[in-house]
Ligand binder design. Structure first.
Ligand code: G3P
Length: 493
């Protein structure tokens, strides 16, 4: 029996392929970055074909590195940047327009108008989401309305829509499917009935002919074309990347939470088999479906986490490498009175303000590079506290949080997070949790594991960070952050 699982992790700035053994240990990995396109203020696009080519390249490379053949791979799990929207021609596979990325704000006015028409509660009841350009519906509507002939071709059944998972699956296997977690981010999917919602399709003027079939997260989605890896391989798992991380962090019980620090930051708490409605502007979303059992989650989404450090490095050129931030932060210390609000593409949860823009505040004559860099790191922790405060108001505070993603290699950041949240923070042994989650789902399809409970025991803690700062000092620093955010918002509640 084939023993290995390949996970494809298609993220916002890079695509990765990782091969895991049956114990969830990494055998080999490969990674390729791809170009980002910013054609207008607030617009963010990817070329879907470039993404596909990169995914095929890293999948082949990881096989080669591990000295395995396609026949050694029991199944592939795909996990992906969510919400990013692709429309392609069913005959040729050619996208009709660049992929519109989750960060893209071009449909802010459409969302605002729908909110003014009083539609937000109605949409929220069906989808668990808020009327924000973040989600796929208005991006798909934009493509159908703005690309020459797209609407007519869609109505004639010639075009297909998908988030990145769906576009990749279609390109690799010919199947037009998605999973419930990705569907739950489109704003077209009813998360209670687990179906595409006709009234939402009408609201956003989307013909049902473009939609993929929605499946559980662990399924036999299809087999890859022989030319991709040399032999057909089962795609046995598909899951949005943040939900993938929740699984990889083994947060299978109600109340367990993880926070992932990638391009953005996403704090997600498993709320069990019942959806839980937030009254404080968090999202209700599907965590995963295995067999007939669906788990739901409460989620807070922040648009700029690692991307803030990337901007400090590539935009401001204050550092040459992210690892330099550790010494700078140690030198400045937690008591930094410079605040950076990284609202480059507006603010996500709990503010949902697409028109807010970034700012650095509290500068004095002795402010230097180190203070600004430290403020960038701290902004990520303060934003996580914003999410935690919203969870507290919803009476859903986790007792501890498991963290992962590129930024958590920085011990100073994780310690400051524990201090600002006043909660223990757990860092796992394997921080590739997103890919691991997709691999577990694929392993269930391939018959290597019978259920998610089988993988819970594979999770191991590398280190726990306990709060080390007095609550009063922590609250005082956080008050400074709230003041800074108040100054960049385009409106106040
Ligand atoms: O919702 C967007 C999210 O899925 C993107 O994740 O890891 O690419 O920042 P990441």
């Amino acid at each position: 029996m084939s023993q290995f699982i390949m996970a494809i992790d298609q993220g916002t700035t890079s695509s990765r392929a990782i091969i895991f053994d049956q114990h969830g240990r990494i055998q080999a990995q490969a990674q390729a970055e791809f170009p980002q396109y910013f054609p207008n203020d607030g617009w963010v696009e990817h070329n879907a074909k470039e993404i596909l080519e990169g995914v095929i390249q890293v999948s082949r490379e990881v096989l080669q590195k591990s000295e395995l053949a396609a026949s050694d791979i029991a199944a592939i799990g795909i996990t992906n940047q969510r919400e990013t929207t692709v429309v392609w021609d069913r005959d040729t596979g050619e996208p009709v327009y660049n992929a519109i990325v989750w960060q893209d704000r071009r449909t802010a006015r459409v969302c605002e108008e729908l909110t003014l028409q009083g539609k937000e509660n109605w949409v929220n009841k069906k989808t668990g989401l808020l009327l924000d350009p973040y989600f796929s519906a208005t991006k798909l509507q934009w493509i159908l309305n703005n690309v020459d002939g797209a609407r007519e071709r869609a109505q004639a059944g010639e075009l297909a829509f998908g988030t990145i998972d769906s576009y990749l699956l279609w390109s690799l296997t010919g199947e037009h499917k998605t999973d419930v977690t990705n569907a739950s981010r489109t704003m077209l999917f009813n998360i209670h009935e687990l179906t595409w919602d006709n009234e939402l399709l009408e609201l956003f003027d989307v013909p049902s002919s473009v939609l993929p079939e929605v499946c559980a997260s662990s399924e036999e989605f299809g087999y890859t074309r022989e030319d991709i890896l040399g032999a057909p391989v089962l795609v046995g798992g598909m899951v949005g990347d943040q939900q993938g991380a929740l699984i990889g962090q083994a947060c299978f019980h109600e109340g367990m939470a993880k926070s992932t620090y990638g391009t953005g930051c996403f704090l997600m708490q498993n709320t069990g088999t019942q959806p839980r409605t937030s009254h404080h502007r968090l999202l209700t979303t599907i965590a995963y479906q295995v067999g007939d059992t669906v788990h739901y989650a409460l989620e807070g989404s922040i648009f700029m986490a690692g991307a803030t450090i990337q901007w400090i490095r590539d935009g401001l050129k204050l550092i040459g490498h992210a690892r330099e931030t550790l010494d700078m932060a140690k030198q400045v210390g937690a008591n930094n009175h410079v605040y950076m609000v990284p609202a480059f593409t507006g603010l996500g949860a709990p503010y949902w303000d697409p028109d807010a823009r970034g700012a650095i505040m509290g500068l004095t004559r002795d402010t230097g590079i180190a203070e600004i860099v430290t403020a960038g790191l701290q902004s990520v922790c303060y934003q996580t506290r914003d999410l935690l405060e919203a969870m507290a108001k919803d009476k859903a505070v986790p007792t501890r949080i498991r963290v992962d993603g590129g930024m958590v290699v920085n011990d100073w950041v994780v310690q400051f997070l524990a201090d600002i949240l006043q909660l223990p923070i757990e860092r796992p042994e394997i921080t590739e949790t997103t890919a691991l989650g997709a691999a577990y789902l694929a392993a269930i399809s391939a018959g290597q594991k019978t259920c998610l409970a089988d993988v819970a025991e594979l999770w191991q803690q590398e280190r726990s960070f306990e709060p080390n700062m007095e609550r009063a000092a922590s609250d005082q620093l956080y008050d400074g952050w709230l003041d800074a955010v108040g100054r960049v918002r385009s409106h106040r509640d």
